[in-house]
Design a protein around this ligand. Structure first.
Ligand code: NAD
Length: 350
């Protein structure tokens, strides 16, 4: 065995009600004028949290958008300068956290991330931003938040449909970590536990969104999945989702949910050890069938067609996805990826 593993230097504050410690964490980082970053729908929460920081709260910027468009980041950068901010607090899903990373990369300011979905971006040094219809990925230590506050209470209001798709988004990080070219014993343990926790928690979370214990287990699974995503290189599944989100505007979590079982089915013959671990974590004998079943059980969308992709786009999607492929356990050909996308388009299980 031979591997190189770099652990990310960050502080994780986990538990119900821990957002109450935001002021202390802001102070710990020496931030004098914190700026809150949220999506437009969370504008009130952003303003209230900024006000709650008293003199250390400079204001909030409710501009965060999916796939981190560069135009939005530039607008937010102007607002940040106007507010005189010297630290960033991103509260929300991957969109708010993505904006925090984009601003930190441009300013070097410290960041606190407070995730409210299961996307996992808070644990990674990766920023995916979009410009002119293409999603570009940057990996930089500057993008990594210094502190992450996981407050389970903030996830209680995550609607069941988004809980399901966001949970599968997390699971995708863990699945691909198991067959990553730079997989190692630490990330593989984290990935397997992440899949187990998510598979156990998501059906409960969807049935009873206010179940704090299930929410805590799901969030813990999402945290571990994010750690994996930050530590290894991802493969075909993530490539396909980046293309479908970045070039065709498909929604992030939903796309991950639809594509994951198909990407797993494609890679399964070339990644038997990883698949054995997925099966063990899901408590099933056939990991691909097990994942399709879990996805249906939690009500996740089953086809790219229902997410708004047009059949006419499939050829171009296959072309973009195979032009500069990510490392993958099974060799990627345009014809095979077109077939995979065709199955994901209709939701057909082979
Ligand atoms: P999101 O952040 O866009 O959130 C989806 C919607 O749900 C938004 O309207 C948001 O305001 C709302 N929302 C969030 N939390 C809520 C809650 N607890 N209750 C009610 N509503 C809530 O979606 P996402 O799936 O979390 O993130 C997607 C984005 O994150 C994409 O841009 C993706 O590229 C990025 N991402 C990046 C990484 C990385 O490592 N760089 C990893 C995962 C995702």
């Amino acid at each position: 065995m031979r591997f190189t593993y770099t652990a990310a230097p960050m502080r994780v504050v986990f538990g119900a009600g821990r957002l109450a410690e935001l002021g202390a964490e802001v102070e710990r980082l020496g931030i004098q004028r914190a700026v809150l970053l949220v999506t437009p729908t969370q504008a009130e929460r952003g303003a209230a949290l900024a006000a709650g920081l008293g003199p250390r709260g400079a204001g909030s910027i409710p501009l965060a958008a999916m796939h981190t468009p560069v135009e939005v980041t530039e607008q937010a950068l102007e607002a940040l300068r106007r507010l005189g901010g010297d630290g960033l607090v991103a509260v929300g899903g991957g969109s708010a956290i993505g904006l925090g990373k984009a601003l930190a990369l441009r300013t070097g300011l410290p960041q606190i991330a407070v995730p409210t979905t299961y996307a996992g971006s808070e644990m990674t040094p990766i920023l995916g931003q979009t410009q002119a219809g293409q999603k570009q990925t940057i990996r930089s230590a500057e993008a990594l938040p210094e502190v992450v506050i996981y407050d389970v209470e903030l996830t209680l209001g995550l609607p069941p449909a988004l809980s399901a798709t966001s949970g599968l988004n997390a699971m995708a990080h863990a699945v691909e970590a198991l067959y990553a070219p730079d997989a190692n014993p630490v990330t593989s343990l984290q990935a397997e536990e992440s899949i187990r926790a998510l598979a156990a928690a998501l059906p409960v979370v969807v049935a009873r969104p206010g179940d704090v214990a299930a929410r805590a287990e799901a969030l813990q699974g999402a945290w571990l999945a994010g750690v994996c995503l930050g530590a290894v290189n991802v493969s075909l599944h993530h490539k396909l989702c980046h293309v479908l989100g970045g070039s065709f505007g498909l929604p992030h979590a939903e796309t991950h949910a639809v594509v994951l079982p198909h990407a797993m089915e494609f890679n399964a013959p070339a990644a038997p050890e990883a698949m054995a671990r997925v099966a063990r974590a899901l408590g099933v004998s056939d990991p691909v069938a097990g994942l399709f079943a879990l996805s249906r059980r939690i009500g996740a969308p089953q086809s790219l067609a229902e997410l708004g992709l047009r059949e006419a786009d499939l050829d171009r999607a296959a072309e973009i996805a195979t032009a500069s492929p990510y490392p993958n356990p099974r060799p990627v050909t345009r014809q095979a990826i077109r077939a995979l996308l065709g199955a994901a388009f209709t939701g057909a299980q082979a």
